[in-house]
Design a protein around this ligand. Structure first.
Ligand SMILES: NC(=O)c1ccc[n+]([C@@H]2O[C@H](COP(=O)([O-])OP(=O)(O)OC[C@H]3O[C@@H](n4cnc5c(N)ncnc54)[C@H](OP(=O)(O)O)[C@@H]3O)[C@@H](O)[C@H]2O)c1
Length: 264
C-alpha cells in the first residue's frame, strides 16, 4: 500500500529518531531514514517499521554533517517518492567521541577546541540549512512540516548546562534558524518548529552513565519535574503531531518535551 505522505528523519534508526519514525509510520507516513554507520540496526528498524505499520522505508547512511549525505537523502526521495516530501525532521546527533567532558580543563574552560566546534556546526545548523533549502522545493504549500530536535539549555526556557557548550552553541543556532524559516515559510503555510527533549532513555546515555556512574545520572533525573526518564515515543508523538494537519497553525515554537525539566 502506498501512502501519500512522506517524511525524512535524520538519525531515524535508533533512539529518539526511531520513536519519531514509529509515530510517523503509525500516522501513515512513508519514510526515508538517515543513520551514520550502524547498518545492522538500520536494517532492523526498516524491517520492524515495514512489518508493523505496512509502510515503505528507505535507508541512507553517512554523516549528516557531510553535504554528500544530504544530497543522498534527497536523491532517495526523488527516486522513490517522485521528489515529494511532506515532513522533514532533523534529529541526528550525539556527542563527538561518545561522551561529554566531566570537568573543565586546567584553565577552567569547558571549550573542547575548534574541531569539536566545527563538527557540531556541521551536524546541526549547517546540515539543517542544507536540509531545509532542499526540502522546501519538494513540499507543497499548506502541506509541509519541518521539525528540529534541540536540547535543554539552548534557549531561555532552561538554564545552560556548562559541559554542553560545544553542541549547545550549534543547537542554539538551529533554534534561531527554526524561527527564521518559520517566518520565511509562513506565507506558504509550511510550518517550522523545534522540540526540546528532556532526559530521554536511549543508548546515547550509555557512555555517560559509564563515565559518571548510573547513580549520579539517576539522581539528577529524579530531581527535576516529573522525576523520570522520557521515552523516544513520547518525543515521537509530539513530533508526529507537529507533522500533522492538527498543528497546521503552530509555527516558530520551541516546545519542551521534558516532564517539566525546563521549570527548574
Ligand atoms: N537522549 C536524550 O536524553 C536527548 C535529550 C535531548 C536531546 N536529544 C537529541 O536527540 C537526538 C537523538 O538523540 P538520541 O539520544 O536518540 O541518540 P542515539 O540513540 O545515539 O541515536 C542517534 C541516531 O542518530 C544517528 N547519528 C548519529 N550521529 C550521526 C551523524 N553524524 N550523521 C548521521 N546520523 C547520525 C545514529 O546513527 P547510527 O545508528 O549509525 O549511529 C542514530 O540513528 C540528538 O540530536 C540529541 O542531541 C537527546
Amino acid at each position: 500500500m502506498s501512502h501519500s505522505k512522506t517524511a525524512l528523519v535524520t538519525g531515524g534508526t535508533r533512539g529518539i529518531g526511531y520513536g519519531i519514525a514509529e509515530e510517523l509510520a503509525s500516522a501513515g507516513y512513508d519514510l526515508v531514514l538517515g543513520y551514520q554507520k550502524n547498518q545492522e540496526r538500520a536494517q532492523d528498524a526498516k524491517e520492524n517499521l515495514e512489518k508493523t505499520y505496512k509502510t515503505r522505508v528507505f535507508l541512507v547512511g553517512g554523516g549528516a554533517e557531510e553535504e554528500a549525505t544530504v544530497d543522498a537523502y534527497f536523491s532517495c526521495i526523488d527516486e522513490n517518492y517522485g521528489g515529494k516530501l511532506t515532513a522533514l525532521v532533523h534529529n541526528a546527533g550525539g556527542y563527538l567521541g561518545g561522551t561529554s567532558p566531566g570537568k573543565p580543563d586546567a584553565n577552567g574552560s569547558w571549550f573542547q577546541g575548534w574541531e569539536a566546534y566545527e563538527y557540531y556546526q556541521g551536524m546541526y545548523p549547517k546540515c539543517f540549512i542544507r536540509l531545509v533549502e532542499k526540502a522546501v522545493t519538494r513540499m507543497e504549500d499548506e502541506r509541509g512540516y519541518i521539525v528540529g530536535v534541540s536540547s535543554p539549555g539552548c534557549n531561555n526556557s532552561c538554564s545552560p548546562l556548562l559541559n554542553y557548550i560545544m553542541p549547545g552553541i550549534s543547537k542554539s543556532s538551529m533554534e534561531y534558524l527554526v524561527r527564521h524559516y518559520a517566518k520565511q515559510l509562513a506565507p506558504r503555510r509550511i510550518t517550522c518548529n523545534v522540540v526540546i527533549p528532556g532526559y530521554t532513555k536511549t543508548e546515547a546515555w550509555e557512555p555517560v552513565l559509564k563515565e559518571h556512574g548510573a547513580d549520579l545520572i539517576e539522581s539528577r533525573v529524579n530531581s527535576f519535574g516529573m522525576k523520570r526518564w522520557g521515552s523516544p515515543r513520547e518525543v515521537g508523538g509530539v513530533v508526529a503531531f507537529l507533522c500533522s494537519e492538527k498543528a497546521a497553525f503552530v509555527t516558530g515554537v520551541a516546545l519542551p518535551v521534558d516532564g517539566g525539566l525546563h521549570l527548574r
